[in-house]
Design a protein around this ligand. Sequence first.
Ligand code: C3B
Length: 803
Amino acid sequence: MTREEFIEDLRNRVRESFAMELETATPNELFVAIGQIVRACYAKSWHNTRQRYLVNKQRQSYYFSIEFLPGRMLKSNLMSLGLLDMVRSTVEELGFEFEEVLNVENDMALGNGGLGRLASCFLDCLASRELPGNGNGIRYDYGLFKQQFVDGYQVELPDAWLKSGNVWEVRRESEAVEVRFGGNVYMQPTKDGKLKPVAENERILRAIPYDTGVVGYHNDTVNTLRLWSVEVPESEEGKYRSIEERRMVEDLTAVLYPDDSNEQGRLTRLSQEYFFVSAGIQSIVRYYKKLKMPISRINEYVAIHINDTHPALCIPEMMRILLDEFDLSWEKSWGLTVSMMSYTNHTIMQEALEKWPLQMVKYHLPRMFQIIEEIDRRFVTNLTGLYPDDLIQRTRIIQGDQIHMANLCIIGSHSTNGVAKLHSDLLKSVVLHDFYVLYPERFNNKTNGITQRRWLQQANEPLANLIDKTIGTSWRKEPTDMERLMNYCEDNEVLVAFEQAKQQNKLALAKYIEKTTNIKVQPNAIFDVQIKRLHAYKRQLLNLMHILKCYFDLKDNPEMDFVPRVWIFGAKAAPSYTYAKAIIKAINEVANLINHDPIINDRMKVVFLENYNVSLAERIIPAADVSEQISLATKEASGTSNMKLMSNGAITVATMDGANVEIRAAVGDENIYTFGLTEEEVYRYYEQGNYSAQAIYDQDPVIQRVLNAFVDGTIPNIQREGQEIFDSLLRYNDEFFLLKDFVPYCQVQAKLSQDYLNREKWQKMSLINTAKSGIFSADYTVQRYADDIWQIAPVDLHKEKRN
Ligand code: C3B
């Protein structure tokens, strides 16, 4: 598309869609019109991609995830299509601020955190690698809540992201399916003497797919993210007499559950899970029928991925279709199902491992229940005599009155993977050890990754351009080529240029901070960043304790040398997680105290930015000097912000947890600040039961002063919250061992401050972090999934052209 064609198209669309002239348009109309143009640009490739897969009978993977977190899409689509520079300069020449146009777009925030963002990174990488992989999820009317702070407290506002429409989605009326809930299912003999399930009084809902194109980077591949929305089918209209009754139905896909760990045990959540699973599996099977292949070979064409346990019902749903609709035998159906399914575990936190009450499943999903019961019965029967009874009891799916979804996933799939080496090893040796005994060949590791396209090329253009200038542009397609930056570790000119790029980003963030919070921060201070969901195990509180220590040090000795630092937080707490909310309040109050203390004199600033989401992450990450990855060892399955920050040249302060272990291996001990308990030490405490927070407190006056600050009025306005935090550490013995890790944490922080003064040393560390970050590209991660788990490959485009 030429500049002239673009302007012409833009002019027409603004006129047709808004009855306006381009000259009088605002960024709102411009965003919609450009969005339409972009969509039109990839429409053909999208269609062609689908046709190509169909005609070639391409084996495809389907990534089932209850969360997707793509963020904004205008800039990334423009970049992928190679139109970014032209469109930006044209829009600016027309007299608009391109940034303002981009900011019109609502973040597509259909996820909570790492798990949902990973799913979106994967889709981006699949398309960019020309791999035939699709997403399947829920089109929530409301995404993750919008966070505001009122008097330092988190307040949750609804995220009505669809209010002004969504240019990227296509409603596919003709591909709707029905999903059935409740009723009675009983077995009835057929003429040939078999038993077939018959259902009565089911509640039938209509699932409508909305498809979004996932545009590959500089190629012709556009894959599909399919999100399902609920409606009342026409045939059922009569059943819902009041508007309230109808609402109840439509509420099924209204909201994303704002909690990424605690199972809320809500029927709506279970219904959501079955809804998108059933709709997705049905649409896969319907597509497969178009290939005109026998059903017995479906596993050669379809790979289904279960992202955490939320889509676990994929297994019984596929069984249902093969058994009830295709009349296959149990054995045949089971063989096909297991060979199509694969599962990723994303956490070892017990409370996050889903279990559903048996009665709830039995009542609301009766056919699912029957099938799960039969899977469980056969599992027990087949293993009895071969394995110890207690092992069988521990691994079976139905235990007491609960259905263990992780057990179902492992038993019903051919692959179970963790998301970092340490995490996968813990699955094998501890958390899922019993299953490892049963199925050692099913277990594997796939360390998470990130897409450098969004997190470096798009979010950090100053750095990306500098990398181009230094080593050429090949890293944009082959991220490990960033390793070539290692040749410039001693090149002062390059180091200075990198420092300037960082400085530019810090200035931009400082502006944003001032605009949104009224806090002035110095761009030459250390920008120390902790951005992630607020969870006790992630230990934002440890960070806050260190801040308090620095504050007291300065108060006691105002003349001391102190390297100025700005602590930047971004985090949402689940609305029902009162402890996490107490920590937010405490951070905000400490911020208020320190930021206004004249003795501190701007040497410390604490900034908690509201409403952390993908777009805000894109602002913060390029400007970070320090990346806080300080979860208690064993608790963070992988982490992915650690990779994004590293890639942008931030130095990690890290516990030996999740993928931090692999980051350390990549950059070397001297380019990361590690501290804290190791996995072995943590487990030793668990085994010996001899951790005593009180003993640590009693012996350490600094810890006493820091903790007392929460309850003695030093930190104002946190009577209730301060007490809760204080009690969690002492009365309840500090579940995540903050007190034990506090001293070593402060030590590495002190060292870091000193190192920061040595600009050359720091800049070199920073460069090495970027240089070594290529291996964490999700391009490679999805390639490993594609090779080892899904067995999918790109279509040979050239072969097609030859034919
Ligand atoms: C997260 C984990 O907490 C992270 O360590 C991990 O990097 C990501 O998943 C991606 O694998 N996670 C999450 O966001 N939500 C869950 N329910 C479980 C794990």
